[in-house]
Every structure is written in C-alpha cells, then in structure tokens.
Design a protein around this ligand. Structure first.
Ligand SMILES: O=P(O)(O)OC[C@H]1O[C@H](OP(=O)(O)OP(=O)(O)O)[C@H](O)[C@@H]1O
Ligand SMILES: Nc1ncnc2[nH]cnc12
Length: 176
C-alpha cells in the first residue's frame, strides 16, 4: 500500500474535538503503525533530499516526525516549542489556529547561521503554526528549506498563507 493510502486508512476523524465544530484529524494511529511511520519518514526525506541541513519540529506532534528525520539524515534537530517551555533567550511568534491562539518560541544560535531548515508537522490547517515557524526560522538567521506535513486540510487557507515556500503534503483532503 502507498504511503498516502496508509495515512488515509489508519488515521481517525473525531468530530467536535477539541472544541464543538472542529473535525479533528488524529494521526496517532498512523504513527502507531511501524510500516506507516517508516514510510512517512522515508517519503519526507526523499521529497526534500538535498534541500535541508537541519530539521525543525513544531510542538508537539511535529516533534515525532522531526526527531526521526534528523536521525535518518544525521542533521541537527531544532525544537520550535510552545510559549514558556524554552529557558534563556528566545524569539517568539504568536499565531491563530483552527481552535485558538498560541505562541511558538525558538532558541536562536543553536545551529549554523544560514542553515536550510526543513519544517515538519503532522497537520497543516490554517497554516498559522507553519507561518509562525517560518518567521522564527528566518528571524533566527536560517533559511526555510521547505515545509513537510503528513496531512493538509484543504479549504482553510494554509497553502495560500505559505506563499512561495516549498510545501509538500503526503495527503491533501478537504477540511471537514
Ligand atoms: O495550520 P494550523 O491551523 O496552525 O494547525 C496545525 C497545527 O495544529 C496542531 O497542533 P496543536 O496546536 O493542536 O498542538 P499539539 O501538536 O501540541 O497538539 C497540529 O499539530 C499543527 O501543529
Ligand atoms: N482539524 C484538525 N485536526 C488535527 N489537527 C489540527 N490542527 C488544526 N486543525 C486540526
């Protein structure tokens, strides 16, 4: 089975989570399947081969992908964390998402200036998280090498908000 078919077959849809009106797409059953998780990492690594020197994961679900990709490519791992979790000097960006507002933070100066950073996450919805991540990567002195997600929810404006960045989604489906 193809990686996109594995994602579609194994993922769950939960209505009214975490708030009424939100159709939540849960990829944890996909990650719990060893063949599917391996295929996802291999697909993202192949799609962006030669285009990144480091990987950034978006807390929390993006961390699962970023750690595996950093290991697979033997490249630095950058954590883009929710507000208040990183000690010391941080750069911050506040953004809106489908069910609220959040702030992401990054530690500047941890990897080589000018590194091409691949940003990864499980789901792209409004694009608020990914846009905030691109800003943090650039403010920290790096270059966005691309944005890779497992599932893109079409119809919420995420792809448009990301403009000219190279965005790859393993699966795209209409937002519920
Ligand atoms: O495109 P957007 O509208 O920004 O939505 C996508 C983001 O929403 C989810 O994370 P969430 O903020 O729920 O955090 P979590 O991973 O900690 O559960 C998801 O994992 C993405 O990071
Ligand atoms: N509908 C949704 N399902 C899963 N993650 C999300 N992040 C933002 N919107 C989401």
């Amino acid at each position: 089975m193809s990686v996109s078919d594995l994602v579609l077959e194994l993922s769950d849809t939960i209505p009214d989570f975490p708030k009424p009106g939100i159709v939540f797409r849960d990829l944890t059953p996909v990650f719990a399947n060893a063949d599917a998780f391996t295929a996802i990492i291999d697909d993202l690594a192949a799609r962006f081969a030669g285009k990144y020197d480091a990987v950034a994961g978006l807390e929390a679900r993006g961390f699962l992908l970023a750690a595996a990709l950093a290991y697979a490519g033997h490249v630095p791992l950058v954590a883009i964390r929710k507000e208040g979790k990183l000690p010391g000097e941080v750069l911050s960006e506040t953004y809106d998402l489908e069910y609220g507002t959040a702030t992401f933070e990054i530690h500047p100066g941890q990897i080589v200036s000018g590194s091409r950073v691949l940003i990864v996450d499980d789901v792209l919805a409004t694009g608020g998280s990914a846009v905030a991540a691109t800003r943090l990567v650039e403010r920290a002195g790096y270059v966005v090498g691309g944005i890779g997600v497992v599932l893109e929810l079409d119809g919420l404006g995420g792809r448009d908000r990301l403009g000219d960045y190279e965005l790859y989604s393993i699966v795209t489906e209409a937002a519920g």
